[in-house]
Design a protein around this ligand. Sequence first.
Ligand SMILES: *[C@@H]1O[C@H](CO)[C@@H](O)[C@H](O)[C@H]1NC(C)=O
Ligand SMILES: *[C@@H]1O[C@H](CO)[C@@H](O)[C@H](O)[C@H]1NC(C)=O
Ligand SMILES: *[C@@H]1O[C@H](CO)[C@@H](O)[C@H](O)[C@H]1NC(C)=O
Length: 618
Amino acid sequence: MYVIFTLLAGLAILPFLVYVRFPYFLHDLRYILNGIALGKRVGKYSSRKPCYTILDRFLERVNLHPHKSFIIFENDTYSYQDADRRSNKVARTLSQHCKLQEGDAVALFLGNDPVYVWIWLGLAKLGCVPALINHNIRAKSLLHCFSCCGAKVLIAAAELKDAVVEVLPALREQKVSVFLLSKECDTEGIEAITEKIEKASDEPIPPALKSNLTIKSPAVYIYTSGTTGLPKAAVVNHERMWLASFMQTLAGVRADDIIYVYLPLYHTAGFLMGLTGAIDQGITVVLRRKFSASQFWNDCRKHNVTVIQYIGEIMRYLCNTPKKDNDRTHKVRLAIGNGIRVDTWSEFLQRFGNIHICECYGATEGNTGFVNYVGKVGATGRVLSLQKRFQPFALIKYDTERGEPVRDSRGLCVEVPTGEAGLLVAKITKRAPFIGYANNNQQTEKKRLRDVLEKGDLYFNSGDLLRMDEEGFIYFQDRIGDTFRWKGENVATTEVTDVLVILDFIEEANVYGVKVPGHEGRIGMASLKITEGMEFNSTATYDHLKAYLPSYARPRFIRIQSSIVVTGTYKQMKVKLAEEGFDPSVIDEVMYILEEGKGYIPMTKDIYTAISEGSMRL
Ligand SMILES: *[C@@H]1O[C@H](CO)[C@@H](O)[C@H](O)[C@H]1NC(C)=O
Ligand SMILES: *[C@@H]1O[C@H](CO)[C@@H](O)[C@H](O)[C@H]1NC(C)=O
Ligand SMILES: *[C@@H]1O[C@H](CO)[C@@H](O)[C@H](O)[C@H]1NC(C)=O
């Protein structure tokens, strides 16, 4: 009897022991089970002929709940059935007017709008591949997007007509048919298409049109923005589309959720993790033309949004809005995204209430990813040894000065010890392929790294520095370009930024390294946006930086800007600022220079001359 009793007590205590020893056991288990189930799904989808795509999933949803709201946009609500019918009209119009065939690329040049979704679905019904073009780009960059994917058709929003007209001669030379989403257009060479779509039949499109699709066929082209250079088109095949869409399942999205999609649909976050992920779940999407910090929570309240996305600086923007009594009145329970900083994370939770933040890491074209499904503040993911076996990756030593990985005497890369930041490289295998960029072997090759841990092996170079702790959490440190070297020391710009924005009068900071004539490396410079109604306090800034940062990391120059420019994915632009440097005769904004012992004093032309002539050393 006694034996049985102890045995029972022992069993009862077991979960507790497991919990103490492995505090994330249940989270890990759920993640692993999810991972296995999702892996099976992809296996099943790829074995079908033609393969089973997100479009098929969508059509299944239409049958299952035709009248459920699919897209809510401004004052309109469209059901799953509406979307199906509207996309039939698009598909029919396009196939009649431009002889599209399975596999053809079609460039989409428009902002967030329900019609974006109808066109994509319509093209998918024809087996065509949309190239999602950033609607902010113009001229040479815009034309470049066509040569990447070989699109022979362009569909543009009416309000982007001028941008299209600008490149029209070149488009006509390349025999690109141009359609404008408008009722009329008097420019020769551009066809207005809205009325034709409206008049077309909404009968189903024969599935035979896309009978040759396999899981490896391209599904969309997504351009990686980058802060420099021309856009590159990452080929997203159906397999990758599924994997990215599964992010919602891994993050814990449920069938009764409502997701708020305001990120641009031309990028992975908005399109794959937002829109197609929502189709996989069969949920409602509240679509917004673009991000607005002031309208964000109103939208969430109005539409009972339960899941939000974030990227880059978005969470900071939300924290920077004036506090309101109803900050915690909303139904948002989950935030999925990438790039939230530790201080913003805590502030966000404190201010907006109990929202589970699911931070994840991955690149559109990358072959590895991490998910912080535990919600551990600061981490971008959690690594299980199981994952490492399936998708081998390594964090390797990186020489910031030479801009390449450190190699040992045998010519192999060197893994960093636990806790140290290293360049993330992921082995290119059949299971974790790197598809590369469309029509751009040179850029594709640049992302490949050979002889990493063994002679002859091949890895994907993420370009990101990450750090892993003993518990298996992985932390984003920096993009390679975001680290610079000064006086033999590495300076991580994100760390300096985090320290700067603690000061209440600094609303935003962008930190980068600038070249100084006659000096090696780059010296730190910060561009600051001052909080409205406050002033830059040079003494307080100096005292604060002295307390938190080693001398080499303290920005030597400070530039005050009225706003800080970000990319379409809300990442800060550093390259242009770094090129502009600190010459007061070029920059007409207020600048300061740090003088040891004195603090930040106004930058003058005389100081600049002294530095460039070498009479003043930094
Ligand atoms: C599918 O592939 C077959 C054989 O390669 C080809 O004859 C057919 O035209 C293709 N179908 C489509 C819709 O492209
Ligand atoms: C939001 O939820 C509330 C309470 O559950 C409900 O009364 C309201 O109608 C919902 N609003 C919308 C737009 O669905
Ligand atoms: C600037 O900061 C210092 C130290 O934190 C403080 O003593 C001083 O009053 C501040 N100056 C202004 C103009 O706010």
